[in-house]
Design a protein around this ligand. Structure first.
Ligand code: NAP
Length: 457
C-alpha cells in the first residue's frame, strides 16, 4: 500500500511539473504554473519521506528545518535585482547534492553497482561537480566578489578543452575499471577545477546565459541521480529541468544575436572596451516639467523599461504615470526587449507586479514598426537594448543584437541617473541624437515628479 502511495505521489508530482512548466511559458498563467510546480514538489517530498529505505528521520528533519529557514530568508530578503546570483547559488547547492548522492552511492556499493548504475553515477558526479563550482563562480561574479570582467590568458581555450578531455578520459577509464576508486575521485577533483576554469573567462554580462546553461547541467545531473538510485520523479524532473534550461539559453543567445559557443569561449566584455569609441557630441538635458507637457499632449507614448527600472523599483510609479496619461486620452504602450534587465522575463514580472495590463506589453516585432508614429518614447533605465549601434555599426561588439528602435520615434526621453554605461560597457549614440533628451535622476523619483506634473498640466 505504502509503495503504491509513493508511486502515486511521484506520478502526481511529474504531472504537476509538466503543467507548471506549461503555465510558466505565458506571463498570464505564470503565477498559476509556479503554484502547480510548488504542489508537485510538495508531493515529491512527501512521497520520498515515505520511502522504506529511510532508517531514521532525525537528519532529514534537521536538513528540512535548516533548508526551509535559509530558503524563506532568501525569498523574503534577496532583492529582485539580485535574482540571477540567487539562482546561481541554488544551482550550486542542487548540483552539489546530486554529486554527493553519487559519491555516497559509490562509497556504499563500489563496483557492485553494476554497469548501468556505475555509468549513471559517474555522469552525475562529473556534471554535478563542474556545475557546483561553475555556479559558485557565476554567483561570485554577479555579486562582485570576483571581478565581473573575463579573466583570460593566451591558450586558455586549448588548456580548458584539454582539461575537459582528461576529465572525460578519467570517466571512461572508470567505466571500464569501476573498482579503481582513484579514477573516480580524480574525475571528481578535475570536474571541480574545470567548473571554475569554464566560468572565469566569461564576462558578467553573459552570466545569465551561463546560469541557465548550468541549470540545464544540474537538471541532467539530477536525471542521472534518478537512474543511479532508481527514482522516476528525479529522472522526469531532471530531464525537464535540463531541457528547459537549455532552450532558455538558446532563446537568450538569439535575443543577443550570439551563439552558445561565442558565450562560452568568446570572452565577451574583455575586448569591447578597446573597441568602444567615444561617440562625442553633447547630451541635451531636459527638466521634468517640459517632459510632462510633451507627454500630456501626446497621442501615443511608449515606455521602454530596462535594468534601471528594476534597480529603482519604479514599476508602480510608472503605472501611476501611465494612468495619469490615459486619463487624458493618451495611448500608452510598453516595449519589452527579451533581454532587458538581468534575467529573462525580468520586465514582465515587474510590470505584472504593478498590475500593468498584459495587453499593453509589446514585443519587438510588434512595437518597432510603431515608433515613427509615436510622439514620445520614454526609456526608463534601459541602455543596451536601445543602442542603435547594434543595428547601424557592424564593428560594434553588440552588432546584430535586436533593439527597441526608439530613435525612430518623434521624440525620445531617457531617464537615467547620469552618464553610466549599459551592462555591455558600450557608449550609446542614441543619447546624442537630435530627437533625444536626458532626464537625469533616479528613475522612480523622476517618474513620480512626471506623474504629478502631468496631473497638473
Ligand atoms: P543596461 O544596458 O544594463 O542599462 C541600464 C541603465 O540603467 C544604465 O545605463 C544605468 O545608467 C541606468 N540605471 C541604473 N540604475 C538606475 C536608477 N536607479 N535609475 C535610473 N537609471 C538607472 O540595461 P538594459 O538596457 O535593460 O540591458 C540589459 C543588459 O543585460 C543587456 O546588455 C543584455 O544583453 C544583458 N543581459 C540580460 C539578460 C537577461 O536575461 N535579461 C541576459 C544576459 C545579458 P546610470 O548609471 O547613468 O543611471
Amino acid at each position: 500500500m505504502k509503495t503504491y502511495f509513493v508511486e502515486f505521489s511521484y506520478l502526481l508530482a511529474s504531472i504537476l511539473f509538466v503543467l507548471g512548466l506549461r503555465g510558466m511559458s505565458n506571463p498570464e498563467t505564470a503565477r498559476r504554473g509556479m503554484h502547480l510546480a510548488e504542489f508537485g514538489m510538495a508531493a515529491a517530498v512527501v512521497g520520498t519521506l515515505l520511502q522504506k529505505e529511510i532508517v531514521s528521520y532525525e537528519w532529514i528533519i534537521a536538513g528540512l528545518l535548516l533548508g526551509s529557514t535559509i530558503g524563506l530568508a532568501m525569498g523574503v530578503w534577496v532583492p529582485m535585482t539580485a535574482m540571477p546570483q540567487r539562482t546561481a547559488l541554488s544551482h550550486a547547492f542542487g548540483a552539489l547534492a546530486a554529486s554527493l548522492v553519487g559519491v555516497s552511492e559509490y562509497y556504499l556499493h563500489g563496483a557492485n553497482l553494476g554497469e548501468f548504475r556505475i555509468c549513471a553515477v559517474g555522469f552525475e558526479v562529473l556534471l554535478g561537480s563542474l556545475t557546483t563550482t561553475g555556479s559558485l563562480i557565476a554567483f561570485s561574479k554577479l555579486q562582485g566578489l570576483v571581478p565581473g570582467t573575463p579573466l583570460i590568458y593566451k591558450g586558455q581555450n586549448i588548456f580548458n578543452l584539454s582539461l575537459l578531455a582528461v576529465t572525460i578520459a578519467c570517466f571512461l577509464l572508470f567505466l571500464f575499471n569501476p573498482g579503481t576508486a582513484l579514477l573516480f575521485y580524480l574525475m571528481l577533483g578535475l570536474a571541480f577545477i574545470f567548473g571554475v576554469l569554464l566560468v572565469m573567462p566569461i564576462g558578467a554580462a553573459d552570466m545569465p546565459v551561463v546560469i541557465s546553461l548550468l541549470n540545464s547541467y544540474a537538471g541532467l545531473a539530477s536525471a542521472a541521480t534518478g537512474f543511479a538510485i532508481s527514482n522516476n520523479v528525479l529522472i522526469i524532473a531532471g530531464t525537464l529541468d535540463g531541457g528547459s534550461g537549455f532552450i532558455l539559453s538558446l532563446v537568450m543567445c538569439r535575443a543577443m544575436n550570439r551563439s552558445i559557443t561565442n558565450v562560452l569561449f568568446g570572452a565577451f566584455g574583455s575586448v569591447q572596451e578597446s573597441r568602444t569609441e567615444s561617440t562625442g557630441g553633447t547630451m541635451r538635458e531636459v527638466h521634468s516639467e517640459d517632459v510632462a507637457v510633451q507627454l500630456a499632449y501626446a497621442r501615443q507614448v511608449v515606455f521602454v523599461p530596462g535594468y534601471g527600472m528594476a534597480t529603482a523599483q519604479a514599476q508602480h510609479a510608472l503605472r501611476e504615470l501611465a494612468t495619469a496619461l490615459e486619463d487624458r486620452g493618451v495611448t500608452v504602450k510598453y516595449a519589452i526587449h527579451p533581454v532587458a534587465g538581468r534575467m529573462p522575463g525580468h520586465m514582465n514580472v515587474l510590470l505584472a507586479e504593478a498590475n500593468v495590463p498584459y495587453s499593453q506589453l509589446y514585443e519587438l516585432d510588434q512595437i518597432n514598426p510603431e515608433f515613427p508614429s509615436t510622439d514620445v518614447a520614454v526609456v526608463v533605465g534601459a541602455n543596451d537594448v536601445v543602442n542603435p549601434d547594434a543595428r547601424d555599426n557592424p564593428n560594434s561588439p553588440i552588432a546584430g543584437m535586436p533593439i527597441v528602435e526608439v530613435d525612430k520615434a518623434r521624440s525620445v526621453v531617457v531617464l537615467k541617473r547620469g552618464r553610466g554605461k549599459g551592462f555591455s560597457g558600450l557608449e550609446n549614440p542614441l543619447f546624442y541624437k537630435q530627437n533625444c533628451e536626458m532626464l537625469y535622476g533616479d528613475a522612480k523619483d523622476s517618474i513620480v515628479q512626471l506623474a504629478g506634473a502631468v496631473r497638473n498640466a
